[in-house]
Design a protein around this ligand. Structure first.
Ligand SMILES: NC(=O)c1ccc[n+]([C@@H]2O[C@H](COP(=O)([O-])OP(=O)(O)OC[C@H]3O[C@@H](n4cnc5c(N)ncnc54)[C@H](O)[C@@H]3O)[C@@H](O)[C@H]2O)c1
Length: 427
């Protein structure tokens, strides 16, 4: 049962215990970094790490990606911005689905795991097993077995004194922290209900090449397959759902919802929906209304809102935040520094200070919240947290080679089956 979402645990000195004996000594010793998944975010995360404000003594020493061209493009981009902090000779460039393990074994202290979310539990587990500090992107899994695995591995990381940072950068945005502190201090009174939106025109599509195996195609065009992305409610909207759980300091106990695909219906869009609307409920009865849509030429919003007995807040994901308290002038916060940089600054500050750092618990429950939402829209059923987290539905393929068979398989017309509420197994 999830009642409390555990917040980032940063700042507890480990008194020279596990942390000092782990991947590197505290202070500003050289921290060697390996990047796993050198796509858009991985490239950005590596640059953020190399430019962190706490320890200039950092080097990128290894890069792993499923595809050679992605690795080459990423290294070029990182070198263009951080030339003197890149030391990746040919023997530390790794390509393929087993490349992640080679990067983990390359002598790095910290690994940045920025692959599609479906690989996260496996790659997080391998990094913790090898005693590495970790930054990993959200979401941390795509199904309930994956979330349970991440939770167990995260406990192991804590026992080993390893830092675990997760790319919920909104947790590091100053205006989010300021306004949510005001909510927790009672500025808007009791929270009556919450709203969350991730409505946008959608993301890239990567086309099938004639020589692609089905596995190569799906890993490349990963956004549209649940075993890789979890659907956009999990891949993207998890940002807002994490903020909702942060405000409530809890995760929902039940959900019902509806969704489907109206615009993205061709074979290139795999199996995911293009819209979801979910009503979540927390243990105290508070409702949270969640909406996400990937359809062009519609109203777009990436924002979080809380309504209380004495006022309300409006937070733009990548914009300003406003607090409205009844009878008082509004309080406004500009966005402030980009959370993607601040999250790395905070991680490296903790490493330099020899302090424990773990963002794994709340990230796992926020990912599970999003998965609960997907289960509700796909099944058309009202579901409890317990049913969702206990689910045995495992989306992983039958192996991790380019010849493996991923789920789902396309029909004769190239169209992939998608979930049908009331019919499909979604839990
Ligand atoms: N925090 C944020 O604001 C934010 C923003 C964008 C993306 N993300 C997250 O970052 C992750 C990556 O997203 P992206 O936009 O960079 O996608 P991307 O497709 O640009 O990058 C993913 C990279 O991983 C590689 N890859 C795929 N499978 C791999 C494997 N098994 N081993 C090694 N490499 C593999 C791909 O070839 C690709 O280069 C996702 O989890 C996404 O949700 C977070």
């Amino acid at each position: 049962m999830c009642t409390k979402s555990k917040h980032a645990v940063a700042g507890t000195a480990l008194a020279g215990l596990a942390f000092a004996r782990s991947a590197h000594a505290a202070g500003t010793d050289l921290i060697k970094i390996a990047l796993i998944g050198s796509g858009g975010r991985g490239t950005g995360a590596a640059i953020n790490a190399l430019k962190n404000s706490a320890n200039p003594n950092v080097k990128l020493i290894a890069v792993a990606d499923a595809f050679q061209n992605r690795l080459d493009n990423s290294l070029r981009a990182i070198q263009a911005q951080c030339k003197d902090k890149v030391d990746v000779p040919e023997e530390r460039k790794f390509v393929g689905l087993d490349a992640y393990q080679k990067a983990i074994d390359s002598g790095a202290d910290l690994v940045l795991i920025c692959t599609p979310p479906g690989f996260r539990p496996m790659q997080f587990e391998a990094a913790v097993k090898a005693g590495k500090h970790i930054f990993m992107e959200k979401p941390v899994a795509v199904d309930a077995p994956g979330v349970r695995r991440v939770m167990a591995v995260n406990d192991e990381a804590k026992r080993k004194g390893l830092a675990v940072a997760v790319g919920h950068h909104l947790r590091h945005e100053v205006k989010h922290k300021e306004v949510i502190k005001r909510i927790h201090d009672g500025a808007i009174g009791d929270v009556c209900f919450l709203r969350a939106y991730f409505n946008s025109s959608g993301v890239w599509v990567r086309k099938r090449e004639p020589q692609d195996t089905e596995m190569q195609y799906q890993v490349n065009n990963w956004y549209y397959f649940n075993w890789l992305s979890g659907d956009h409610i999990v891949e993207q909207h998890v940002h807002d759902l994490d903020v909702m759980n942060w405000i409530k300091d809890a995760c929902p106990v039940k959900a019902n919802g509806m969704g489907g695909r109206q615009f993205r219906v061709g074979p290139e869009y795999g199996e995911i929906y293009d819209h979801h609307a979910v009503e979540f409920e927390y243990a105290d009865g508070t409702k949270m209304y969640s909406f996400c849509r990937h359809i062009p030429a519609c109203w777009n919003s990436f924002s979080e809102h809380a309504h209380g007995t004495k006022g309300r807040v409006e937070i733009q994901g990548h914009g300003a935040a406003d607090l409205y308290v009844d009878g008082q002038p509004p309080t406004h916060w500009e966005r402030g520094p980009d959370g993607h940089q601040v999250e790395m600054d905070d991680l490296f500050a903790a490493l330099a200070a020899g302090q424990s750092y773990n963002e794994g618990d709340y990230s796992a429950t926020s990912t599970m919240t999003a998965i609960l939402g997907r289960m509700a829209t796909y099944s058309g059923k009202a579901l409890t947290w317990e049913e969702a987290i206990g689910s045995t539905l495992d989306l992983s393929p039958d192996g991790y080679t380019w010849q493996s068979t991923p789920q789902p398989e396309p029909g004769p017309d190239g169209i992939y089956p998608c979930a049908v509420p009331g019919v499909s197994r979604a839990v």
